[in-house]
Each structure stands twice: as C-alpha cells, then as structure tokens.
Design a protein around this ligand. Structure first.
Ligand code: MN
Length: 357
C-alpha cells in the first residue's frame, strides 16, 4: 500500500503550526550545485517517475537521487491528480535523503487552511468546508487516512514560501515580489509564523493575506482601471481582474503584462474585444521582475513548448506546463548559467530538448 508509507516518516511534531517564510541556501554539499527545478506535479505520479528517470535520477535506498544534482519542487504537489500518495512519497523521500528541496504552493497552503479550525469561530475552518472546496480537496481527503493527513499538513507547514539560494537562483511558486516577501518576514514572531499569523494570512483583505496571495497565486490588475470589460474564464466565471505576467521584466504595457486567455469572451459570450494597448500603471509595473538573479516559478498553466517572453526570459522561467491538464511535467536543468536558455528545459513525456525541434 502506497498510503502506508507515509506513516514511516518522522511525525514532524516539532514543526506543528510553524511555517517558514522562506529559506536561503541550505544546500552546501560539495560539488552539488546543479539544480533541476520541477513544475507543479498535481498528483501525476507516473509523470513524476518518468521525468525523474529522464533527468538521470535513480532509486537507491528508498529515494530517487542523482550523483551531482538536486531537484527543487515549486509546490502544488497535491490536488487534481489521483496519484497523490505516490507523489508525496517520492518527494518526501527525496527531501529526507537530501536529493530534493520543496517549497509551498497555493494548494498546500489551501490544504493547511482547510485543515485548521478558526479559533475565533469554533466549528469553522480557515478555508471554508463549502461544496466547492470539498470538491477541490476530495482526493486528498479520500486517499489519505486522517492520521496521514495530519502528518502531511504538518509537513506542508514546514515548507518555505520561497528559496533564495547562494548558488545563484531563486524559486517561488507564483511570483517573486520583494515587498510581499518583506511583509511575510516582518510578520514573524521569533523567526516563525504562529497559529495567530496563519489566521491572519488566511483572512481576506489583511496585508499578510495579500502578500501570501502575491507569492503563491501571483499579482493581478484591474481591467476596469484600463476601461476594459470583465471576461468569462474557461469555467464561465466572470473575471474583473487579469493575471500580470510579472516575469516579463521588459514589459511596460497591457499587451505585455495582462494575461487574458485567447479564447476569453465578454459577459455576453461574445469574443473579448480587441483593445487599444496602453501603458501599465506604476503600481502594476512594480511587480515586473528586473533583478539579474534567475528566478523559477510554477503555477501558471503554460502551454508546451515554452515561448520566449511569454513563458520565460533571460532571467525568469516558468516550469508549469499543465501536467494535470494533459501537458508534460517539466523541469528546467540549471547548470550555473546566469542567462537562461530554453535548451535546458526537459519534459516528460516528450522529446529530448527544444533545440532539436
Ligand atoms: Mn498553483
């Protein structure tokens, strides 16, 4: 039984209720400064095994390992896919063996909030147990016993919200944003986030909630502010805000930075209107990444193959290519380069690399 393997891990009780805001380098094994940054796995166990093998990891003493590389998972290991026990077993064993680092995604944060009772409102949870939320968490709730869930929730709480490695890269689930990071760091009590702070982080409208939203779900801009109509997303839900492609550091205008799906319609179901391009406001532009240290992120359901500017730049690279919606699971193989290249993407299933296309 795959599930039972979860119970073999240390209980992590010392981690209970403690979140780590972020972590600087914790990986100083000599010679091992090459990283494979792996995108949102979302319960795709077979794709994860396939990708790891393709990347040259093999199983020994219970964990997938590489002779001189380390994997970094960008979060969102759970939900959507049904092979979550396989995924969590592989990833936790790799972390335990020092073969991988892991950061938190919005789905892990949601799982923590769903499992945490709001002490201000007994019987209620920080993430409501509504029909919609129950459905999103269905497989996580069904595939693990409650004891296993408790162990996993404690482990999720132990995950950092970002990595800023001395070796020369940064990793975050959705958006690298200094002031949001700063706010999270300032919220610590004795260097740690307490249950009180978790409540604040899960309460709509607080500064901490907004900061965690930006880091784990990414920034959005108001369409109305630019005189643009609401659009309907794929699920038919109206959206007054568009995601910002913050990773396009050279972007200055709406067409550069606003993510409006190509098949979006207006609220009447008519094709979304062509709009006149306009410069973005200073506050929206403030999210654009202009540092030179490469940053890797997941979260955004890109379409394979990666397109320059749209999915990656010289200093930013998405590694989420929709593995849970029929796309490949993707890694970026980083060998120390300061200018990123699409030749270093590797996907499973798929061809060797983009230069051969
Ligand atoms: Mn995500």
């Amino acid at each position: 039984m795959l599930q039972s393997s979860v119970e073999h891990y240390p209980s992590n009780t010392e981690m209970t209720s403690l979140l780590k805001p972020g972590a600087s380098s914790t990986w100083h094994n000599e010679g091992m400064n090459c990283f494979d940054i792996i995108g949102d796995v979302h319960g795709q166990g077979e794709k994860l095994k396939g990708l790891l093998k393709r990347l040259g990891y093999s199983k020994s003493s219970g964990a997938y390992r590489h002779a001189y590389r380390q994997a970094i998972f960008v979060g969102d290991l759970i939900d959507r896919g049904k092979e979550q026990p396989t995924v969590l077993s592989i990833v936790r064993n790799m972390q335990e063996a020092g073969a991988a680092q892991v950061i938190m995604g919005n789905h892990e944060f949601n799982a923590i909030a769903y499992a945490t009772e709001d002490y201000r409102h007994p019987g209620h949870y920080l993430r409501e147990h509504s029909a919609k939320n129950n459905k999103q968490h269905k497989w996580f709730l069904e595939e693990f016993t409650s004891k296993e869930q408790a162990v996993l929730i404690d482990w999720f709480k132990s995950l950092p919200l970002w990595l800023d490695l001395d070796e020369g890269i940064r990793v975050v689930h959705a958006c690298w944003h200094e002031s949001s990071k700063h706010l999270v760091e300032q919220s610590l009590v004795a260097g740690q986030l307490t249950d009180d702070i978790l409540v604040e982080a899960a309460t709509t409208g607080t500064d901490l909630y907004n900061a965690v939203e930006v880091l784990l779900k990414g920034p959005e801009l108001s369409l109305e502010q630019y005189g643009l109509p609401t659009f309907l997303d794929k699920g038919g839900d109206p959206r007054k805000r568009a995601r910002i492609r913050w990773w396009n550091g050279d972007g200055r205008s709406l067409s550069d930075l606003a993510e409006i799906p190509p098949d979006a319609t207006d609220e009447q179901g008519v094709n979304y209107p062509q709009f006149e391009d306009a410069p973005c406001t200073e506050s929206d532009l403030a999210y654009a990444y202009r540092d030179t240290k490469p940053v890797f992120f997941g979260h955004y359901w890109r379409q394979w193959p990666p397109k320059k500017v749209f999915d990656w730049t010289d200093t930013t690279a998405s590694v989420d290519f929709s593995a849970a919606k029929g796309g490949p699971l993707v890694a970026y193989r980083w060998d120390g380069e300061s200018t990123l290249t699409d030749a270093n993407y590797m996907e499973y299933p798929g061809n060797t690399n983009l230069t051969t296309r």
